[in-house]
Design a protein around this ligand. Structure first.
Ligand code: SAM
Length: 347
């Protein structure tokens, strides 16, 4: 079977990368095919486990808005013929609505919705008792049109984005400037390929934004920070969101030594003016961090970090014995691009 993902268009690569990472870490096999920015097809999915897969995607993905099950893909010129051929009685549960969305075409979507709705009704007898219901229908038929291609699907899930609104840094009980958006934090956690019950470390935990997101997907989390106010603040925030499996330490990255090696490291080291680096030179902190974290990670652990574009991570990473797997630039403003990098030990 095939699934259609409607994703955020705020970044051209991260939503797809996040989907790939979650599929990999959760053992969901399928081909990811990009249709265009914000539209992804996941092909050859095992139907047997589909309900678990939906649950996983809905729980974890930050940059996906909707997930649909494909009924058929065809050319727009063959719309009528294809709609009339489908056995809608098998698909529709008493009431339905058609919702259309377009990508890179000017097609009149309300017209398409009306047209497809009436074509569907043509295939149905009165005794089938199937009706159009625009408000809260049992079945939503989703038509996505990209250029001249039609992706006809049944709507399965709309992902609830309330979590990411309600958990914004200024709404947490402990606030300090410099915490990244919860969506990006969740995406970075996902890029680190963690699963429920894995141990995730953020050694520059600040107010705990990354740890909160990892806690929400069921990871055991460890945070540390050179600043004791941040350590205490992270504790306040984790308690507030009822994340209980955590340990927080007040440690300089140069002295961090874990009793247990971690499954993943996700972090946003200090580089802006609003965060202090202790007495370490700003350029040196990345080298100090990466060389010290190496021995605290399991051999197959992933590390996902943010850094400013002007830090030459390639040289540092190679020197320490890591390898770069993925990199995604995020333009912050004219003079700053943030780079999200995923690395592993090069062994
Ligand atoms: C960009 S902030 C992290 C923000 C965090 N992701 C959040 O959600 O609030 C970087 C943090 O690194 C801490 N820090 C700076 N130098 C450090 C060092 N040498 N060792 C450990 N932590 C350090 C700062 O106190 C600061 O809280």
């Amino acid at each position: 079977m095939e699934l259609l993902f409607i994703q955020s268009q705020e970044h051209s690569q991260l939503p797809q990368a996040e989907l790939k990472a979650v599929s990999e870490s959760e053992g969901i096999k399928g081909n990811i095919k990009r249709i265009t920015n914000g539209l992804i097809l996941l092909e050859n999915i095992d139907k047997k486990n589909i309900d678990n897969y939906y649950k996983t995607f809905v729980k974890r993905l930050a940059y996906t808005h909707e997930i649909h099950e494909i009924i058929k893909i065809f050319n727009l010129k063959d719309l009528e013929e294809n709609i009339l051929k489908i056995n809608w009685k098998k698909i529709i549960n008493k009431t339905f609505a058609v919702r259309a969305k377009r990508f890179e075409t000017n097609i009149d979507t309300p017209y398409i919705e009306r047209k497809v709705g009436s074509l569907i009704l043509k295939t149905i007898n009165n005794k089938d008792n199937i009706k159009v219901k625009l408000n809260k229908p049992n079945t939503i038929i989703r038509i996505v049109i990209y250029k001249n291609k039609v992706y006809l699907a049944i709507e399965k899930y709309k992902l609830n984005k309330k979590h990411f609104q309600e958990i914004k840094p200024h709404k947490r009980p402990f606030f300090h400037p410099g915490s990244m958006s919860p969506k990006l934090a969740r995406c970075m956690v996902n890029l680190s390929r963690v699963k429920e019950n894995d141990l995730l470390l953020d050694p520059f935990c600040g107010t705990g934004g990354i740890l909160i997101e990892a806690g929400f997907i069921g990871c055991k989390v460890i945070g540390s920070d050179i600043n004791w106010k941040m350590k205490n603040g992270t504790k306040i925030n984790l308690d507030y969101y009822k994340i209980s499996d955590y340990k927080i330490f007040n440690v300089d990255i140069r002295e961090l030594k874990m009793y247990e090696k971690v499954d993943s490291v996700v972090t946003d080291p200090p580089y802006g003016i609003s965060t202090s680096t202790g007495d370490i030179n700003r350029d040196k902190i990345f080298e100090e961090f990466l060389s010290n974290i190496y021995n605290n990670m399991k051999d197959d652990a992933y590390l996902c970090m943010a850094s400013p574009h002007y830090i030459d991570l390639h040289t540092i990473i190679k020197k320490i014995g890591f390898k770069i797997l993925e990199q995604y630039p995020i333009k912050m403003h004219r003079s700053l691009t943030r780079i999200i990098t995923v690395i592993k030990k090069d062994i």
